[in-house]
Design a protein around this ligand. Structure first.
Ligand code: HEM
Length: 541
């Protein structure tokens, strides 16, 4: 299919040039891998240090004493089994991270049967590891995702792909959605979804006796996040925020809930060895069933858009659109890759964003004086009625600080996994290639050495001040860092910034007395352990 010139939005016009830059980028990453990753010559603060050559086990016992994994402290397999299976530790992975850090230090090892995991709970060591990553960092424990895709003849997407496959897809997508200015073009689409969010708040509160309460705000934000990300990924509206949710959308929501609400089941799907599946079939069956539902939904919406484009081209009409249209027209990815990426991005983009919005509004309700400061900022920038767009966000530093601070206190991914692709020395320990690392983002976020009064909610700590202790470090990296970091970060931020600016402009957000102090629990992601009920009262403007 010819690529219609008039279709190209300006931000794609330099695609060809960018590709070259991209290739150069990967060449430079490869060089970096072969030299820098073998020589930790850059400290976390970015300062040059004396370069060390990679230290191998042969060096152990020589003048630079590098310790072996055997010497690394950590809980025993038995205590881990008791912690996770007996004391329901899967719900408290974030707390266990903190406890183990206190007990064993900032680098420790854990054994889960044959699986050894090295956990790193130190900002500078996390920085060292991430800065030394090669061209295609490898995520841990994704084999069973790939197995499902192979079984069904489906492609992997960015989350599940590795190596060359991942590099190729990432190089396409990173040019389209990685910078704030790339996603600014979605501002109007997202704002239409925010309109519906505000309408939905009004409908829901009118159904309660006090005319103000929205029960379990996460249900609302789940629908907002899904509608918002789908508006970008599928270029259509799904009707999540309508009174009557369309059947196919509801089926998708059910599949998504199955994937996450039966998180333990899906996690066991990966943990249970293949040979045991005939004895314990449920986890693997449910895992496959939910993916079937998720893929089916994406295929329907993508095929629909593809048919529309085809018809437009056949009629000689101008084809205009966003991300999906670009992918379908340019064919920089094949159809299966487009299906897989849309499916995985939708999966990655809903709960993450909705939990963060739930926590952010909860924190605002719990800290009325901070809400008032942010309200004042919004009024100064926008007044009572002007709707914020992507262009206004730089003038709303406290809204950005609110999102950063929420993600520091409640990082939806409290830890991240990697498989080391080279032998490394981290924190004085020799870590052989192929070791599983757990980067403990929750621990570093809550570490008093990284953040003054770490447990306090202070969005203004992220605001650039001339002389103050501005935070700029690896202590809180909720979207990850570097080449394998979250590809949807800018989309998520746009959705959250625009929604929060509007909600704060329009409503005073209060807490329902029946909402206790809500704790976090890990359920795959870090989520509220109890429903959050909030009151939305109109601001008197
Ligand atoms: C508050 C919202 C979000 C948070 C905190 C978040 C966080 C993360 C983190 C920590 C990772 C792993 C990075 C790494 O391994 O280094 C990740 C990966 C990813 N995220 Fe997000 N995410 C969010 C929203 C989104 C959205 C809205 C999308 C899609 C539109 C998305 C798509 C992805 C994808 C596709 C990956 C895999 C990237 C790759 O492996 O190349 N995320 N995200």
């Amino acid at each position: 299919m010819a690529f219609p010139r008039h279709f190209m939005p300006t931000y794609w016009k330099n695609l060809k040039g960018n590709r070259l830059i991209n290739q150069l980028f990967f060449i430079s990453r490869t060089l970096h891998k072969s030299t820098a990753s073998k020589a930790f010559g850059i400290s976390a603060a970015g300062k040059e240090t004396i370069p060390e050559r990679l230290i191998t086990p042969a060096d152990v016992g020589e003048k630079t004493r590098v310790k072996t994994l055997k010497e690394m402290p950590g809980p025993s397999t038995l205590s881990n089994l008791i912690e996770f299976f007996w004391k329901d530790g899967f719900d408290r992975i974030h707390e266990i991270q903190l406890d183990h850090g206190k007990k064993y230090g900032k680098i420790f090892k854990s054994r889960f049967g044959p699986q050894l995991v090295v956990s790193i709970a130190d900002r500078d060591l996390v920085a060292e590891v991430l800065r030394a990553e090669g061209a295609a960092p490898q995520r841990a424990n994704m084999e069973y995702w790939k197995e499902y895709r192979d079984m069904r003849g489906r492609s992997t997407g960015l989350i599940s792909a590795e190596g060359e496959d991942w590099l190729q897809m990432r190089s396409v997508l990173r040019q389209l959605i990685m910078r704030p200015r790339d996603v600014a073009m979605f501002s109007d689409d997202v704002n239409q979804v925010v309109d519906d969010l505000v309408k939905r708040v009004c409908i829901l509160r009118s159904q309660e006796a006090d005319g103000a309460t929205v029960l379990n705000v996460n249900d609302l934000f789940f629908k907002y996040a899904m509608e918002g990300v789908a508006a970008i990924l599928f270029e259509c509206r799904l009707g999540c925020l309508e009174n009557e949710v369309p059947e196919d959308t509801q089926n998708y929501i059910n599949a998504l809930h199955l994937m996450f609400s039966s998180f333990k089941t899906t996690m066991y799907a990966g943990a249970i060895p293949k040979w045991l599946r005939s004895i314990i079939p449920k986890p693997w069956e449910e895992f496959c069933f939910s993916w079937d539902g998720l893929f089916k939904f994406s295929v329907v919406h993508i095929d629909k858009r593809f048919a529309e484009i085809k018809a437009q081209l056949e009629r000689g009409e101008k084809v205009e659109g966003g991300l999906l249209t670009h992918l379908l027209v340019t064919r920089e990815m094949n159809m299966e890759e487009i299906y897989a990426n849309a499916t995985e991005m939708l999966l990655a983009g809903v709960d993450t964003t909705s939990f963060t919005l739930s926590w952010a509004t909860y924190l605002l309700a719990r800290h009325p004086h901070i809400q008032q400061q942010i309200f004042t900022e919004v009024m100064q920038a926008l007044g009572p009625t002007r709707i914020a767009t992507a262009d206004d966000i730089p003038q709303l530093p406290l809204i950005r600080g609110l999102v950063k601070e929420t993600l520091r206190l409640f990082p939806v991914l409290p830890g991240n996994g990697r498989i080391t692709q080279d032998d490394l020395v981290v924190g004085g320990y020799f870590i052989p290639k192929g070791t599983q690392l757990a980067l403990c983002h929750y621990s570093t976020s809550m570490d008093g050495e990284n953040f003054v009064d770490a447990s306090d909610f202070r969005p203004d700590r992220w605001v650039r001040k001339d002389n103050a202790d501005r935070v700029d470090n690896f202590g809180s990296i909720p979207f990850g860092y570097g080449i394998r970091s979250c590809i949807g970060r800018r989309i998520a931020e746009l959705e959250m910034h625009l929604a929060l600016a509007r909600l704060i402009q329009r409503f005073h957000i209060g807490i329902m007395p029946i909402t206790d102090d809500v704790k976090a629990k890990t359920h795959g992601l870090l989520c509220p352990a109890a429903p959050i009920h909030l009151q939305f009262t109109d601001r008197e403007n």
